[in-house]
Write a new protein. Structure first.
Length: 180
């Protein structure tokens, strides 16, 4: 990662979906990224997908309300963020692994831990293939496996003594102060 990352997302249409439904999904995708819908989506979710949205007159008029967001997207600073292109690492290749593994946990065929361990292994294998294949943009770079790295520098954090502490409500003023 350079200075930031923005998930630009993607559409996934399965070839196993009946053709009439895929055609309908394709039309819906075109609708959601059309100029008028895209601009409306920007104002609702603040997630621009078209340069024409950022450069539009309505966004220019609203820019003072968005605390620098519009100016950022119009500036060269956005080029310092991780480049877009193929999702990092590759959403469609990894997404197809999730549900078969999650379903094993849900149905009780595997414990949740075993299902997630299996999913992690399959994802690592997929990312290793992407790395070996020389993915053009943002190729994954896997670290060597270290079975004993839990809680060590650079490794995942060890479990907390209390993984589900009682929630606390923080005052708005205290929250603002914590951001300074």
């Amino acid at each position: 990662m350079k200075l930031g990352y923005q998930d630009a997302g993607a559409w996934t249409m399965l070839t196993s979906t009946p053709l009439d439904r895929r055609k309908a999904a394709w039309l819906y995708a075109q609708f959601t990224v059309s100029k008028t819908v895209s601009l409306k989506k920007f104002f609702v979710g603040l997630t621009p997908i078209r340069k024409s949205d950022i450069d539009s007159e309505p966004v220019t008029k609203a820019a003072p309300k968005y605390g620098g967001l519009i100016e950022f997207y119009r500036s060269s600073a956005r080029e310092l963020w991780t480049p877009t292109g193929t999702n990092v690492p590759d959403y469609p290749k990894l997404a197809q692994l999730w549900w078969p593994n999650i379903s094993e946990a849900v149905t009780g065929a595997l414990s949740p831990q075993a299902a997630m361990d299996k999913l992690a292994k399959e994802m690592d294998d997929t990312m290793a293939r992407l790395e070996r294949g020389g993915m053009k943009n943002c190729a994954p770079k896997l670290n060597p496996e270290k079975p004993d790295w839990l809680g060590k520098p650079g490794g995942p954090k060890a479990k907390l003594a209390n993984e589900k502490p009682k929630g606390e409500t923080m005052s708005y003023e205290k929250l603002l102060e914590s951001w300074k």
